[in-house]
Design a protein around this ligand. Structure first.
Ligand SMILES: Nc1ncnc2c1ncn2[C@@H]1O[C@H](COP(=O)(O)OP(=O)(O)O)[C@@H](O)[C@H]1O
Ligand SMILES: [Mg+2]
Length: 244
């Protein structure tokens, strides 16, 4: 699904990425680990069209990938969820799933209005398809009233509704309590069965070991480790992160 070959990127004198290669299959969950400043965010920003690489190349679904903006990447099915989730707190679930892309219907044959019923119905359907439980009474509440895990689930649902094939998540469980973390990990598992490719950044090795198939470890802009989760250990990963 995705192949990154020999990508380098510098910012002024800082070499944020140095000859990084990686790949991802559909239905695979890849964790990206590394200390602060290792280059994790730069790598996902290159995949999602925020930055262009200085050198190296990317291919997505067997085509060269030259996304010049996050919008272009999104149109190709590459969705990125950052920590702030980009939800509109004062709007309800449906409005958030359709944010900026609201369906319209004609009103009395005279004018176009937002089709709220359709937003609600389709939101219910996408939540249901992902086994996300949000009570009916909460669907029409401002999302600020929902829990952190529910908000994360809404951001993920929005990406899936809009046909994400490759989902990139930056610290999806960082702000959550333990039961909610578990729910998000279950949701990642569900996405895997739907053949979505997932890249997620995490500092939490428990999450990484619970949710991913493979791990890529960066240190000072270089890949210093890559392994199937079943073939490595927390101790090994930590040692690669600090002295790989
Ligand atoms: N937009 C930028 N301008 C200047 N330096 C940057 C920029 N983005 C990242 N860097 C630098 O690149 C290096 C890698 O950063 P980053 O990719 O954010 O690491 P990580 O996400 O692993 O913490 C760091 O030294 C960081 O300061
Ligand atoms: Mg970062």
């Amino acid at each position: 699904m995705l192949e990154v070959k020999g990508v380098s990127k510098h910012f002024g004198g800082v070499k944020a990425l140095n000859n990084v290669s990686m790949n991802l299959q559909a239905g695979e969950v890849l964790a990206l680990a590394g200390d602060n400043g290792a280059g994790k965010s730069t790598l996902i920003k290159i995949i999602s069209g925020v930055h262009a690489p200085d050198t190296g190349s990317l291919a997505y679904q067997d085509q060269p990938l030259h996304a010049n903006s996050p919008l272009q990447a999104r149109n190709l099915g590459i969705e990125t969820i950052y920590q702030d989730l980009a939800l509109a707190d004062n709007l309800d679930v449906g409005a958030n799933i359709f944010l900026g892309r609201e369906p319209m219907k004609s009103f009395l044959g005279m004018t176009q209005i937002i089709d709220r019923q359709r937003m609600l119905k389709e939101s219910r359907e996408v939540l249901h398809s992902l086994d996300i439980e949000i009570p009916e009474s909460s669907l029409e509440q401002p999302v600020r009233n929902l829990s952190g895990g529910q908000r994360q689930a809404i951001a993920i649902s929005r990406a899936i509704y809009w046909n994400a094939k490759l989902l990139i998540m930056d610290e999806p469980t960082a702000a959550l309590g333990v039961p909610e973390q578990r729910k998000v990990l279950e949701l990642i598992d569900k996405l895997r069965t739907q053949k979505i490719g997932i890249i997620f950044i995490s500092h939490n090795l428990n999450d990484i070991f619970a949710a991913s198939d493979r791990i890529l470890i960066l240190r000072q802009g270089r890949v210093v480790g890559e392994s199937k989760i079943s073939e490595t250990s927390r101790e090994k990963v930590v040692s690669q992160m600090v002295s790989g």
